[in-house]
Design a protein around this ligand. Structure first.
Ligand code: PXP
Length: 252
């Protein structure tokens, strides 16, 4: 049984496309929690392309479960996090031109910067998660930086070109989750997950939480947000399958 945190950035993307005040991502957060989501994630990007500072402040008032602020490890963002005080910050790499977060953080290659960012956030009473690729090098580096959580990037697995590559990437995710848990890190996973491809991961007991945005908001367009969150929750909270090869309990 894993927890589900819902990323509502895409609701803000739709709002920003019109430049008006609807749809409101705060409303989405309320509905997602009403449907049973364990937490809400918002990515305050440096260019403010979707989530705005106001959204974060209002969500801090409204969200009852875990509020996770996804952000780049910049002075500006660390300052905002210190004022808003989300429950947890997930540090991600950020490039201006990317459509969405493309890769994991290179923690191992930026130890000083990462250690300092983790330390500043923890000093402000905020837990820290590092979004990393599933490699032992990055996990050990995250542990050395004293982050409490690692979020394993599932994007490469979700976009694998064929079954052989997919199985290899699944193996990396399983090994990484096990190593991180052994080091005492909490393990989350996310990026590109949907009702079809999440299934094999449910067999990995070390993954405690899933961070999912796009597929839930996309489904919500057709079935409504509460139903879309409910469908994913039913999977995340179902008893773990015995092996990653066991057939999905539910397909679209
Ligand atoms: N986790 C992180 C760190 C992300 O950057 C994103 C995308 O914003 C997600 C999870 C959710 O990914 P998706 O929208 O593909 O479900």
């Amino acid at each position: 049984m894993a927890r589900l945190s819902v990323n509502v950035d895409h609701v803000a993307t739709l709002r920003q496309a019109r430049g008006i005040d609807e749809p409101d991502p705060v409303w989405a957060a309320v509905l997602a929690e009403k449907a049973g989501a364990d937490g809400i994630i918002v990515h305050l990007r440096e260019d403010r392309r979707h989530i705005q500072d106001r959204d974060l402040w209002v969500m801090r008032q409204v969200v009852k479960g875990q509020l996770n602020m996804e952000m780049a490890a910049t002075e500006e963002m660390i300052g905002i996090a210190g004022q808003v005080r989300p429950d947890i910050c997930t540090l991600v790499p950020e490039k201006r031109q990317e459509l969405t977060t493309e890769g994991g953080l290179d923690v191992a290659g930026n130890m000083e910067k990462m250690r300092a960012a983790v330390g500043s956030l923890k000093d402000a009473g905020i837990a820290v998660s590092l979004f990393i690729d599933p490699t032992s090098e990055q996990i050990k580096a995250a542990h050395q930086c004293e982050a409490q959580v690692v979020e394993l990037h599932t994007g490469a697995y979700c976009n694998a070109p064929d079954d052989e590559a997919r199985q290899k990437l699944l193996g990396a995710l399983e090994d990484s989750a096990r190593l991180a848990a052994r080091l005492g890190l909490k393990v989350a996973a996310g990026h590109g997950l949907n009702l079809r491809n999440i299934h094999p991961l449910l067999a990995f007991p070390d993954i405690e939480e899933y961070s999912i945005g796009h597929s839930i908001i996309a489904r919500a367009v057709f079935v409504g947000l509460e139903a879309a969150v409910g469908e994913m929750l039913a999977l995340a909270r179902s008893p773990a399958p015995r092996s990653a090869a066991e057939p999905p309990q539910r397909r679209l």
